[in-house]
Design a protein around this ligand. Structure first.
Ligand SMILES: [Zn+2]
Length: 403
């Protein structure tokens, strides 16, 4: 089975390389905006709207004259930008059609790209080589990587590389095609997983995956910076400075957590035949004011996204527990459901059978029981699984959102 996947990692660029990358991103942005203006013009003059291929031909002619500066960048950068434009255009018309058919959706016409949102990105194809410490790209040469060994060095067919800038840092995302052996039918166990604040994840077999150490320090730093931003006068340069610091700290926390999540999802997808997760209302929870909880919520979405595509590689199914399934309040031994369970209560103590168990482990076991132990004897006392509760199977490919 051939699968497509993308690996994104940070570049370690010198000043000359940074300038070259900024120039490529500039050429891509210029081509995109120029192409968009050409399309709009043609439409308004009732002419045939030019395609990416038409525009590329036109651009090549212009390069011989006023656009001579474009010879300094790989021809891929503007060409791929025009391809993106075609896709954005097609996407717009597809969405319009759906809207006319009665679907209630917001449809936006492709926008001109502004430098306000950073330097942007560009995509390259052709001769791309990955080494342990570096990636070689057309025109840009060998670029060092901050993290060695993350990009796949062998066994993959490289399709393209997208270089992008964010908050002054440069990243490369490599799109590859690789052959994944068909997942075998195995007797790997089913696991329930609880994502939390104290531990990153607790698995129903008792495994606890701790949060990375750096996270705790960063959280107190974020709280301090948040106070600083709110104390500074609105619109002042000092507030802007504090806001930038805060954004950086947020990004650091997100990166640390993302790496930890990757390790966890790989482990689960490889060793389990199915994983049961809570189905949280992620959209509704982003407004949560409790900082640590907010980060857990964001992590949950990322966790699920990773698990879905890795599950497809290793043949692990993802099952979502129903939204109001009381996995925290239920006793994993007798099935009794507690009235209240405060966030600070780290140990679950059953009022009915006296069972004492780690709070997160109790929740994880309950998740697992949704698939394997929902038979009446599993809930000898208390309320059994309420009718109407049904685990939902998430198939790979049904999740398109990404972070
Ligand atoms: Zn009990």
């Amino acid at each position: 089975m051939n699968i497509l996947c993308a690996f994104k990692t940070e570049l370690d660029l010198n000043n000359i390389q940074k300038t070259a990358c900024a120039r490529h991103a500039g050429a891509a942005r210029w081509a995109y905006n120029w192409g968009l203006a050409r399309k709009i013009d043609a439409y308004q003059n009732k002419e045939k709207v030019p395609t990416a291929i038409d525009l590329h031909r036109e651009l090549n002619a212009l390069k011989k004259g006023e656009l001579a500066w474009m010879y300094e960048v790989s021809k891929c950068a503007p060409q791929e930008a025009l391809r993106n434009l075609d896709q954005a255009y097609a996407h717009f018309f597809r969405r319009m059609k759906e809207k006319k058919a009665g679907k209630k959706i917001e449809v936006g016409f492709p926008k001109f790209k502004s430098k306000k949102n950073g330097l942007g990105s560009f995509r390259l194809t052709g001769a791309i080589h990955i080494f342990e410490h570096a990636i070689q790209l057309p025109r840009l040469g060998r670029l060092r990587l901050k993290e060695r060994g993350y990009l796949p060095v062998e066994g993959v067919h490289i399709l393209s590389a997208t270089v992008s800038e964010r908050a002054g840092r440069w990243f490369v995302s490599v799109q590859v095609e690789m052959n994944q052996p068909e997942p075998l039918e195995t007797d790997k166990p089913v696991a329930g997983v609880d994502l939390g604040i104290m531990a990153l994840a607790t698995v129903s077999d008792g495994t606890k995956i701790e949060n990375p150490h750096a996270l705790k320090n960063d959280l107190s730093k974020i709280r301090r910076l948040q106070r600083m931003v709110s104390r500074r006068q609105k619109g002042s340069a000092n507030r802007e400075k504090a806001r930038q610091k805060l954004a950086k700290a947020h990004m650091r926390v997100a990166n640390i957590r993302k790496n930890a999540l990757h390790q966890t999802t790989s482990l689960l997808a490889r060793t389990k035949s199915a994983v049961v997760l809570e189905d949280l209302n992620v959209n509704g929870m982003v407004k949560n004011h409790h900082l640590a909880q907010a980060i857990v919520d964001v992590g949950f979405h990322e966790f699920r996204r990773q698990l879905v595509y890795k599950g497809q590689w290793y043949g692990c199914k993802i099952i979502l527990a129903p939204r109001f399934y009381p996995s925290t309040k239920r006793c994993s031994k007798c099935g009794h459901i507690k009235g209240e369970m405060g966030l600070s209560e780290r140990v679950y103590t059953c009022d009915h059978c006296g069972h004492m168990i780690d709070r997160d482990l109790n929740a994880a076991i309950n998740q697992k029981k949704l698939t394997t132990g929902s038979s009446p004897e599993s809930y000898a006392c208390g309320e059994s699984v309420r009718p109407g509760f049904q685990a939902v199977l998430v198939e790979a490919g049904t999740e398109h959102r990404s972070t």
